[in-house]
Write a protein that binds this ligand. Structure first.
Ligand code: PLP
Length: 384
């Protein structure tokens, strides 16, 4: 594709000397598992999120599983979450033998409906609520106090985001714990899999450290409970330590791109044809997702023009064959189902050239409008 959804090569080429040096440092140390790179990353992420503890894990999915387990969620417990998210959110709940109870998303912001989540948690006597900070925004109302149910934030897509109206309240810090993913395409991406769990609860952090390492404590060196291997390795942590200081600038560049899209769509007269995403303060713009009922045809039109886009998520979770036994049917979550039909993620990575962004908008304009009408003004240079 001429314009890819994300180009990781640019970032890696710019940081290549530092990344190579970091990898060589780890190779020379011969310390590949649970070492100083992992500890440095944990300290850096805890600082970024304004929390006391961070525990590196093998992936965001592993982090969700461990967080639920460490929080005491057990077989048969009910866990309230959204059907409009990645499979990992519900996979972790189900692998523990707990039962997901879905709640629909709000009308236009993709996030779980906070009031409905509270109502469902009370109705089902939920043990936990897992709000998902989708696309880099914060699922605000679903992180408030749920009484008996603990809140585990699936913040996989929202590292560095903060809640609107409170820059001190970081994604991942509002509930009992928050889980992040370092999947390569995330705002802070590893060169493989990785994840981290953040919390202010010292006992929970200790339990997470044991559970990620077969349930073993160091003194005495034995397993008090059954765990598994969910460790983050040193090579991934070393790369992430190089990238972490750049994250705020990368998020700012993503926000700049989001603002540029909005301005260009308005300029092209498309802001009513398309539903543009709300980008409140603190949004980390992991994905920039527009909506149109003509999504599939628009995606084909963009692909034919060499522009890659993404669909997150279709179908919604309750309509996957693997979830059939939960008893949900089409029509149960109309907002999630409508979003699933309409969403289209556009390239928004930090180094996206401004000319590419404007070409995306022009190509979308040419889909909705006969050729030869208004075009998008090329007024600005390349971004970052
Ligand atoms: C919302 C959400 N939850 C969980 C995950 C799982 O993270 P990972 O891919 O690191 O296992 C992802 C990432 O892909 C995600 O987007």
């Amino acid at each position: 594709m001429e314009i890819p959804l994300i180009d990781l090569g640019i970032q890696h080429r710019r940081l290549e000397p530092e990344i190579t040096a970091a990898l060589q440092r780890v190779l020379a140390s011969r310390r590949f598992i649970l070492g100083p790179e992992g500890r440095a990353l944990e300290a850096g992420i805890a600082r970024l999120c304004g929390v006391a503890h961070a525990v590196g894990v093998a992936s965001g999915s592993a982090g969700l599983l461990l967080a639920l387990q460490a929080a005491g969620v057990q077989r048969g417990d009910r866990v309230v979450t959204t059907p409009f998210t990645f499979l990992a959110t519900v996979g972790a709940i189900r692998l523990l033998g707990a039962e997901p109870r879905f709640v629909d998303i709000g009308r236009n912001d993709f996030q779980i409906d906070g009031a409905a989540a509270h109502e469902a948690a009370a109705r089902w006597g939920a043990a936990a609520v897992v709000p998902v900070h989708l696309f880099g925004g914060c699922a605000g109302a679903a992180c408030e106090d749920f009484g008996a149910a603990v809140v585990i934030e699936d913040a996989a897509q929202a590292l560095g985001a903060h809640f609107p109206g409170n820059a001190e309240r970081r994604a991942g810090s509002a509930g009992l714990c928050g889980v992040f993913s370092f999947f390569p395409t995330k705002n802070l991406g590893a060169v493989g899999d990785g994840g981290i769990v953040v919390t202010n609860d010292a006992a929970l952090a200790e339990r997470l450290r044991r559970l990620r390492n077969h349930g073993r404590s160091e003194t005495p060196p034995q397993a008090g409970e059954v765990g598994f291997n969910h460790r983050l390795d040193e090579l991934q942590a070393a790369v992430l330590n190089v990238k972490l200081p750049h994250l705020p600038a990368w998020i700012e560049a993503r926000r700049r791109n989001a603002r540029a899209y909005e301005a260009a769509f308005r300029e092209a007269g498309l802001d009513e044809t398309l539903l543009l995403p709300p980008i409140p303060p603190g949004h980390s713009v992991h994905h920039y997702v527009i909506r149109t009922p003509r999504r599939d045809a628009l995606q084909r039109h963009l692909r034919a023009a060499g522009i890659e886009t993404g669909i997150y998520y279709d179908p919604p979770l309750h309509l996957h064959p693997a979830m059939r036994d939960l008893g949900y049917r089409r029509g149960d979550f109309p907002e999630a189902e409508r979003a699933a039909r309409e969403v289209l993620a556009l390239p928004v990575y930090p180094e996206l050239p401004r000319a590419h962004l404007l070409r995306v908008v022009e190509t979308i304009a040419s889909f909705f409008r006969p050729p030869g009408r208004r075009t998008v003004a090329h007024t600005e240079g390349d971004s970052v």
